[in-house]
Design a protein around this ligand. Structure first.
Ligand SMILES: [Cu+2]
Length: 495
């Protein structure tokens, strides 16, 4: 039980948001050389703090796993401490767990070294780490420390008092008036010192706490404006301060707005969802007009309230989602171009979603294949990793053969809570940004990431993900099929 206490503690903390909104956990499906792994990393809610790492191996030929946290860029990326061994579960030999201290905020990666029958291999998983809240002291600890502090203060005053009044007395002698006076002065001086120490200490503590508070990550809110009928302008927000280094210089990975790097070929991926019906869904790619400003021509949209989620990635691999809620008039819109895609009027499905041209997408939520490993419990439980698997069928009900990559990926998915407060943009490789994966691996991908998906697109796609809290969710899945991007919407519930 003891070792689960920190984990439970972390679960109880307020949810965080960096890339994605209120969905801070990293789910990653990838290969360390020949070894297929599903990695779940729960970043600390407060930094410095402990990240919980869970690694599930798909094959049983792994003998040892070591984990190591590294900064994504800068000198820290090269100064590796010794890796920690992950612990193999007694009940489940394919499950390894470990915890890692994350000492500063920013863009990290977890290096996973796997040893097994096929030799030693490595996998790097990006990990954005921020503090989202400051925690008050626990009441019990506060009472204990107050009691100890008072005892220390009383002891200090007592010693000074005794030293000034009684030090020169012999046994049984009563203090002379001069000694009593000295004692009183000693008492007053000692009390004043203790009071001053309390006041200054409290000021110091307060200023440290507020400096720390200012470093808590705040979700950036874009400002939007609509011009020329359908041109949506976005002005990005950067409410976050950089954490100073120990020498009060600037961290190399402070969050800037002029440092964005493309993620599958685009600086921004903008998702627009009509609320509360969630039937209109667009995935657009606004152009940067100047650092911090973007613009995009909107497609046809009915009047109503929309939630906007704009995914960007900083030069450090640190991903962010900028959010906005806007009321839009009916927009006649422009025809979609390039990678922009979506649907005006989706029908959310439980299991089978109709696509165009007689195609359909089936959510394999009840079929259990070997890929599910032990994630078999339904309904979905919050904070558990699952493989969400979808199969595309042609009009004859056969697995579709004409799938092609959409922006370099076999598929894209958005997990969105029906209240709009949880948002995650997920790929078959997981919940991390592909630009960060590329950076973690040393930056070998082409700009459009077409060389990053190892597997050929097939009729079946899967996403590793876990719902961060109980509630009602929608899953939007996009694939490119017969030359057209198709969007399917599914209904999900987590308990
Ligand atoms: Cu995507």
């Amino acid at each position: 039980m003891k070792k689960f206490i920190p984990f439970i503690f972390i679960l109880l903390l307020p949810l965080a948001g960096t890339a994605h909104v209120n969905s801070p956990d990293v789910y990653f499906d990838g290969y360390a050389g020949p070894y297929h792994l599903l990695v779940t990393i729960r970043p600390p809610a407060v930094v410095p703090g402990v990240a919980q790492v869970q690694i599930r191996t798909v094959s049983s030929d792994v003998s040892e796993i070591k984990i190591l946290p590294l900064r994504m860029i800068g000198v820290g990326a090269k100064m590796a401490p010794l890796p920690d061994p992950a612990k193999r579960s007694k009940d489940d030999p394919q499950l390894f767990t470990g915890s890692l201290w994350i000492m500063v905020r920013g863009s990290w990666k977890v290096q996973i070294e796997v040893t097994g029958q096929k030799g030693v291999a490595q996998l790097d998983v990006p990990l954005p780490a921020v503090s989202t809240s400051s925690q008050g002291m626990q009441t019990g600890l506060g009472i204990l420390l107050a009691f100890l502090g008072l005892a220390l203060a009383a002891g200090f005053i007592g010693i000074i008092f005794a030293a000034t009044r009684d030090a020169a007395l012999k046994g049984g002698e009563t203090p002379a008036p001069a000694q009593t006076r000295r004692g009183r002065i000693g008492l007053a001086v000692a009390t004043a010192i203790v009071l001053a120490a309390f006041i200054l200490g409290n000021l110091w503590w307060g200023s440290e706490a507020s400096a720390n508070n200012r470093l808590n990550y705040r979700l950036p809110n874009m400002t939007t404006s609509l011009t020329a009928g359908s041109l949506l302008r976005l002005h990005l927000d950067n409410p976050n301060e950089a954490e100073p280094t120990r020498f009060r210089t600037e961290q190399p990975d402070r969050i800037l707005l002029d440092d964005l790097i493309p993620d599958h070929g685009h600086l921004m991926h903008l998702f627009i969802v009509r609320m509360p019906d969630m039937k209109t869904f667009w995935h657009l790619h606004p152009d940067q007009t100047q650092p911090g400003d973007f613009a995009v021509k909107l497609p046809i949209m009915p009047e109503g309230q929309y939630k906007l989620y704009a995914d960007i990635v900083h030069h450090t691999g640190f991903p962010e989602t900028q959010v906005a809620t806007v009321n839009l008039p009916a927009i006649t819109g422009e025809a979609l171009t390039g990678d922009n895609a979506g649907e005006l009027d989706l029908a959310p499905a439980d299991k089978v979603a109709q696509l165009s041209g007689g195609y359909r997408m089936v959510w394999e939520r009840d079929d259990l294949s070997s890929k599910d490993i032990s994630f078999k419990d339904r309904p979905f439980k919050a904070n558990q990793p699952y493989w969400f698997r979808f199969r595309v069928e042609d009009k004859d009900g056969k697995p579709a053969t004409d799938l092609e990559p959409y922006m370099g990926m076999a598929a894209h998915a958005v997990f969105l809570s029906t209240d709009g407060n949880v948002f995650a943009h997920v790929h078959p490789a997981g919940s991390v940004s592909m630009a960060a994966v590329n950076l973690a691996e040393g930056g070998s991908a082409k700009e459009d990431m077409t060389n990053m998906e190892h597997a050929e697109p097939s009729a079946e796609v899967s996403f590793p993900y876990g719902f961060p809290k109980p509630g009602d969710y929608r899953i939007f899945v996009q694939v490119k099929c017969a030359g057209k991007v198709e969007t399917a919407e599914f209904v999900a519930k987590a308990e």
